[in-house]
Design a binder for this molecule. Sequence first.
Ligand SMILES: [Zn+2]
Length: 317
Amino acid sequence: MLQYLIVDGHCDSILDVYNGKKSLALQNNIGHLDFFRLQNNVNLQFMAFFVESHHKPYNTLYNVLELIDLLNEEISKVNFVQKVLTQKDLESFSPASVKILLTIEGGDCLGGSIRILRNLFNLGIRCLTLTWNNRNELGDGCGEEPHGSGLSQFGKNVVKEMNNLGMLVDVSHLAEKGFWDVLDTTGKPIIASHSCCKSICNHPRNLSDLQLKALAQNDGLIGINFYPPFLKDKPQEVTIDDIVKHIVYASEVMGPEHVGLGSDFDGIDQVPQGLEDVSKLPFLIEKLERVGFSSKEIANIMGYNYLRVLKKVLPDD
Ligand SMILES: [Zn+2]
């Protein structure tokens, strides 16, 4: 049973449904999660619409629209999954029910149009990861490093409009210059939904101490990613303890009120030993207790930090 409220800021599971690997609405052991495995393990799961490279650039929005409908269809097959659209949807949680927050991984699908952003908001999207690793109309992804540029004027306009609409800005995957541009532009807390600490593992997808501190100053958070190559230089050796190391380190740099989870489940082809799928999350709680976090700190890391940020960002009703 859930002792803590648990929020996970990133998974790519809908892609497995799209590619015919599984249904989220059927109990199974394929990949890392489905609606039934989320029950009693996660209260609020961010579900990302990730557009595979072969759909880009011309079919990006088409693919996102297909994925949104596919997730709606999956949700309609069960009676215990609800979408989070407003702050009211964050008021009550029960272990038997699962809430889902719809997020898009990469602003490529906007095609340079704020009107598309507003349409996607109206379809229930509440978070946008501004870029994936590639460059798009908003700015450069971290795949363009070491010479990645910052946000375009359109990218800045998107951040401002997301603030107005009540959408959470996600800077995971963004090149570093863009990260600083987002912080200069946003009037609301932002997140890095699925990244790790660069000081422990020097990977372009991870954040430096300066970035972590700036995220904390913005009252935002980092969701620690479970992908072994982001956790340790020797990914084949990664265990659940390496996730704990990143959580401890980020908490020391930022304060534990700015740290959360961003599993990247079903978007990663390797998993840490001891945290092979979502049903293993209770073991992470045990580990956090063992390294000395208080129960209040654990509650914040496992979920309340995300709720605090969402309550500052999502629309009232
Ligand atoms: Zn990602």
